[in-house]
Each structure stands twice: as C-alpha cells, then as structure tokens.
Design a binder for this molecule. Structure first.
Ligand code: AMP
Length: 212
C-alpha cells in the first residue's frame, strides 16, 4: 500500500499514519518529523529550517524533495509507505509523481482527511506529546487515564513550538493557499479518496481502513 495522507494541520494525519504503520507494517514518512529531527540535531540546515517552521511557512520544495527522495530509496519502503505532510505544494506533488514513476512505485491513493475548522483549532492548540511514552494527547479531548499514564511513566506534556495560536493561523492559511489545490490534483488522477476525519481516533481509523 502506497498512500499520501492529505489534510490540514490538525486533521490527524500523524496519528492515523502511526496506527497504520503498526497495523500494516509499513513506514510512516513524515517530512515534519524529519525536519524536527534536523532541528533537534542542531545542524546548520536545521537552524535555517527552524525559523521557517516557527513562522508556519513552508520549507523550500527543493529541501523537502531532497529529504523525501533519500528516504524513498531506503529498502523498507518496498512493501509500501504512508506519506504524512508531503506533498504540500503542487510542485512537490509533480516531483513526487516523477520520483515514484522512476522507482516504479506509483501511488495507490491520496486520502483527504476532512475536518471542520473549529475542531482543527482545538486539536492544534490542545495538542501535547508525552515526553516519556511519545504518545500524542490533547488537553481538550484526552481522558484522565491517558494523562495519568503519562504521569506514571514520569513524562511531561510537551507542546510543539509551532502549535501557538499565531503560527497555527498562518499554517492554516498556508494549507488553504498551497496545499488544498492538491485535492484537485489527485482527483484529476483518480487517486483521491475522502474520509470524515472528525471523531474518535479508532473510528477514523476504521473509516480509513475501509477505503484503502
Ligand atoms: P507538520 O509536522 O507536517 O505539520 O510540519 C511542520 C512544519 O514543517 C510545517 O509547518 C513546515 O514548516 C515544515 N514542513 C513539513 N513538511 C513540509 C513539506 N512537505 N514542505 C514544506 N515544508 C514542510
């Protein structure tokens, strides 16, 4: 299975990609996670990327394409992959198409995860990661048991630096202007599938499994 998860920031792409990765035994490839790893490593490139990411703008197509083409040449993508957060511009989608054609690994589907704007805001402003378990939690939606599990593991709740209201506003605008046109791009290629991504994580996962 070779799929792209499309959707606004906060639509649950990362959460669903992680579940699919465990269920289907195929890698989640998240350009956001890879860029954050470069930032954490403190490389010169990471420092440049951090400025752009903190503002909510997009890192250049050239840089993310370089990261993705290296990743898609690794052996673990042989049985498939889940692209999460890439492509984000039409140029990236065209480059991806060319790259996958060269590798003889065309996409099976692009799944649009559809969520209302006010829910996106709550998901993004409330999003936290447990430092001990790595699990994603949300101050608006997670249960007391989930917070307790993190506390028991000795974890702290960490908020992503770009999950503040100002940056979130810009990220949602950037999504509308630069990424949303990809819905038509994949519809034109007969690859688009849409799911309602509102609701509990396992419900959304069932809807996703049902269409792929
Ligand atoms: P994400 O974790 O997918 O929300 O990505 C976090 C940030 O990383 C984005 O706001 C962008 O600044 C950057 N980023 C991630 N993926 C891409 C991409 N495909 N193209 C450009 N910038 C990206």
């Amino acid at each position: 299975m070779r799929i792209v998860l499309l959707g606004a920031p906060g639509s649950g792409k990362g959460t669903q990609a992680k579940i699919l990765m465990a269920e289907q035994n195929i890698p989640q490839i998240s350009t956001g996670d890879m860029l954050r790893a470069a930032v954490a490593a403190g490389t010169r490139f990471g420092k440049q990327a951090k400025k752009v990411m903190d503002s909510g703008d997009l890192v250049s197509d050239e840089i993310v394409l370089g990261i993705i083409s290296e990743r898609l040449n690794e052996p673990d993508v042989e049985n498939g992959f889940i692209l999460d957060g890439f492509p984000r511009t039409e140029q990236q989608a065209l480059d991806l198409e060319e790259l996958l054609n060269d590798l003889e690994m065309p996409l099976d589907a692009a799944v649009l995860m559809d969520v209302d704007f006010d829910i996106l805001m709550k998901r993004l402003t409330g999003r936290r990661t447990c430092s001990a378990t790595g699990k994603l939690l949300n101050v608006h939606f997670s249960s007391p048991e989930e917070f307790e599990e993190c506390r028991q593991a000795g974890g702290e709740l960490i908020q992503r630096e770009d999950d503040n209201e100002e940056t979130i506003g810009n990220r949602l605008n950037v999504y509308r202007e630069q990424t949303e046109p990809l819905v038509e791009f994949y519809r034109d290629r007969d690859l688009l599938k849409t799911i309602d991504a509102d609701g509990a994580v396992d419900e959304v996962n069932k809807r996703l499994l049902a269409i792929i």
